[in-house]
Design a binder for this molecule. Structure first.
Ligand SMILES: Nc1ncnc2c1ncn2[C@@H]1O[C@H](COP(=O)(O)OP(=O)(O)OP(=O)(O)O)[C@@H](O)[C@H]1O
Ligand SMILES: [Mg+2]
Length: 305
């Protein structure tokens, strides 16, 4: 039997502000892509408040911290099968984990490249914030997803600007390293509007698009926002699924409005795969670019003025 080569696509979820629904979105996308018979790995890369294990009630597992502390040599040894996906648990609330250094970051990115090649999709659930480690993890993805809510749209758009700025910094550094480097001048993040009805999400997205158009970049990176979907607020359902049953909504309540919305989001990714339509093409994958940036050199951090 001929086995298809895994797609090896990476999806990151990011937000400037905390508590907007990144983790729930990541879990639901992982579960639904898995249900669609894709091989999916979800990694809890929230170095500050990683809580996938709490949400899904997993105990006594090895976590990414064991990998960083060299108690576990490979990322593969951390993988746990749950529902329709594989999971690498994180270790929220540990100060050592929250302050990983350059060498550890490089070590993780290398190991992560290797392990992601065995999967159709690897999803990185990132912590809130726009520090360099978080932005570089976000940029190592083929699809960067920004989760926001109608109230938090200013910070949601701010997040897109921060990622674009970091992408620009990285592109300049890559051009300095190699004369053959073809600079990217576009960043096309996917927006998920959480706790939002469809009409509200549509109208907010129009505003986001207008804002991106008026902030035309001269020589930097232009933001081209893309609409991924909306997810309604349903506190009862979320509470039952994650606090009572510790199960994804797409498992516990597959016919609910929330599950349907997440299904559409998962289908959007599955559609991209067949259309091969992501707005721009890469010579090197985003992950390879991040790796080549950090291969031999320590990044000098610009002084704050
Ligand atoms: N659509 C929704 N309807 C109702 N409650 C929601 C919805 N989405 C998320 N929540 C609630 O909002 C809270 C934050 O969700 P979640 O943990 O997914 O956010 P996060 O962005 O990952 O947070 P953090 O920045 O802390 O990692 C949770 O308590 C969750 O129960
Ligand atoms: Mg989270």
């Amino acid at each position: 039997m001929i086995k298809n080569k895994p797609l090896g696509k990476i999806i990151s979820t990011i937000s400037n502000k905390g508590g907007v629904g990144k983790t729930i979105s990541s879990i639901e996308m992982a579960n639904l892509l898995g249900k669609a018979r894709k091989k999916v790995l979800l990694i809890d890369t929230d170095l500050n408040t990683g809580d996938i294990s709490i949400k899904l009630k997993l105990r006594n597992d090895l976590t990414l911290l064991d990998f960083f502390e060299k108690k576990e040599k490979s990322l593969t040894g951390l993988i746990k099968r749950i529902h329709h996906f594989d999971l690498i648990p994180g270790a929220g609330g540990n100060f050592k984990f929250a302050n990983i250094n350059y060498v550890q970051k490089l070590k993780f990115i290398r190991a992560f490249k290797e392990v992601s090649q065995n999967y159709d999709y690897t999803i990185l659930d990132l912590g809130a914030g726009i520090d360099r480690v978080t932005l570089d993890f976000a940029l190592s993805a083929d699809y960067t997803t920004i989760v926001t809510t109608p109230e938090d749209i200013q910070t949601g758009y701010g997040c897109a600007k921060a990622v674009a700025e970091r992408l620009n910094e990285n592109e300049i550094r890559l051009s300095e390293k190699s004369r053959d480097h073809v600079r990217i001048h576009q960043f096309a993040p996917f927006f998920i509007f959480n706790k939002s009805k469809q009409n509200v999400a549509n109208s907010i997205f129009s505003g986001v698009r207008r804002a991106a158009e008026v902030t035309r970049s001269n020589d930097g990176v232009q933001i081209k926002p893309r609409f991924l979907g909306n997810v309604p607020a349903d506190y009862k359902l979320v509470g039952r699924s994650y606090s009572e049953y510790h199960t994804p909504i797409s498992e516990a309540y597959p016919t609910s409005e929330m599950a349907k919305c997440y299904k559409e989001i998962a289908e959007f990714f599955l559609g991209l795969e067949t259309n091969n339509e992501i707005g721009y093409k890469y010579k090197k994958s985003p992950l390879e670019k991040i790796m080549s940036l950090f291969k031999n050199e320590e990044e000098s951090i610009p002084e704050l003025t």
